[in-house]
Structure formats: C-alpha cells, structure tokens
Design a protein around this ligand. Sequence first.
Ligand code: SF4
Length: 72
Amino acid sequence: MNDRPRNGQAPGPAAGLCAGCTHVRRVTSARGSTFYLCRLSLVDPRFPRYPALPVVSCAGFEPGDSEGAGSS
Ligand code: SF4
C-alpha cells in the first residue's frame, strides 16, 4: 500500500548521484528497503542524513565506492 519512497529510500538508479558517491552508505532495513545514508552529514550539517532522492546536484559528490563499505 505504502509504496512511495521516503527520504533516502530508492532503488539504485533512482538514487541519482548518491548511488555512485563515495560518501554514501547503503542501509537495508529488516523489511528489505534500501536507504542511502550520507556520511558527510555526520561532519557537515549542510548535508542531510537521508537526502531526498534522486539527488541530481550535490556539492559533496565524489565518485567512488557506492557501497560505502571498507572505509571507516
Ligand atoms: S555527498 Fe551528496 S551525493 Fe554524496 S552521498 Fe551525500 S548527498 Fe549523496
């Protein structure tokens, strides 16, 4: 019933820039929904924790590991 995505929630390509950004961390909920958490939000208040998707323009975008794994 509730199939409208919320902020930070979208299938891969619909995430826009976040899908290919080194700062993103994909979070999968217990219900199988995928959320895109912007890790820049932890250090810079200009960036929302869960950006409204798709992100089409972002000052913090850096191409890289879209999984956000392997770095700390
Ligand atoms: S820096 Fe921008 S493009 Fe990268 S994850 Fe955050 S909101 Fe998405």
